[in-house]
Design a protein around this ligand. Structure first.
Ligand SMILES: Nc1ncnc2c1ncn2[C@@H]1O[C@H](COP(=O)(O)OP(=O)(O)OP(=O)(O)O)[C@@H](O)[C@H]1O
Length: 254
């Protein structure tokens, strides 16, 4: 079967200690897979390894295939192509000295859009993440925006990369309810769109079972660096196997 993303026995270690331990999963084209788990369970490091953004000193091993093409996990820091990422800290993704319009324009121009097309696509992407005043955002610097606004700009930037795979690490936690709903719609549109020529795939990291079930049909549950439960979101909610999943479901229903 053809996978948009195949991850086989991904481990992330720091000074010989495994922080992520032999994690394996696949995501089909057009599918959004939720990665759930307690704080410190290894979700962000899994995302960082895939995107090539692991902290210095950490080492990733395992097999990674994007769209059937094997890519060297150890080299991701240099060749992090094929996967766009939305990180928890939006400031890490943005250059404070460059206007946001220019930053959004870079991936769009690389995709072959003219400057005029890139500007109009950037405005459309900003609208899709809930900005009514995209023109003002395009001419702003990152230091002029709030945390929630920056988070949405980063989501627009990740969508502008038109990657085959998007890894979104808790992209809605800093947002108010209306912005959250705009962002979830934009992310749902990402996997449904044909911006990359065929349908894209998403790994969606969250603590929030309600948000996961709104966007994803299947989920993995991580604890202490390992996958301890997996299945359709519906079956995990009805028949959680692992104690942690049971607690997650109880908390969501409380
Ligand atoms: N830069 C770092 N240096 C040392 N240890 C780290 C570093 N980053 C993460 N860790 C450790 O790796 C483990 C997994 O962390 P990770 O950030 O992936 O968790 P997480 O599931 O994403 O948590 P959260 O939901 O709080 O973001 C934790 O035990 C954490 O302490």
């Amino acid at each position: 079967m053809h996978h948009a993303l195949l991850v086989h026995e991904l481990s992330v270690s720091l000074r010989g200690r495994a922080l992520v331990d032999k994690v394996s999963f696949t995501i089909a084209p057009g599918e959004s897979l939720a990665l759930l788990g307690a704080s410190g369970s290894g979700k962000s490091l899994t995302a960082a390894a895939l995107a090539g953004h692991l902290p210095a000193g950490m080492h990733a091993t395992g097999r990674l295939e994007i769209d059937g093409n094997e890519t060297d996990l150890g080299e991701r820091r240099i060749t992090g192509t094929g996967i766009a990422a939305i990180h928890q800290d939006p400031l890490k993704a943005l250059n404070p000295l460059v206007r946001l319009g220019k930053q959004l324009g870079i991936p769009l121009r690389s995709a072959g859009l003219t400057p005029r097309e890139a500007r109009s696509e950037a405005a459309r992407l900003l609208l899709s993440v809930g900005f009514q005043d995209g023109g003002r955002i395009l001419s702003s610097f990152s230091g002029e925006l709030s945390g929630g606004q920056l988070q949405r700009v980063c989501i627009a930037l990740a969508l502008a990369c038109r990657s085959r795979v998007l890894v979104a690490d808790e992209p809605t936690t800093a947002l108010d309810v209306l912005s959250q709903s705009a962002v979830l719609d934009a992310l749902a549109g990402f996997t449904g769109s044909s911006a990359t020529g065929s349908s894209s795939a998403m790994l969606f990291i969250t603590h929030d079972l309600a948000v996961a079930s709104a966007l994803c049909t299947r989920a993995l549950v991580m604890k202490s660096g390992r996958i301890v439960d997996e299945g359709s979101v519906e079956s995990l909610m009805r028949h959680p196997r692992h104690d942690y999943t049971k607690r997650l479901v109880e908390a969501a229903q409380a």
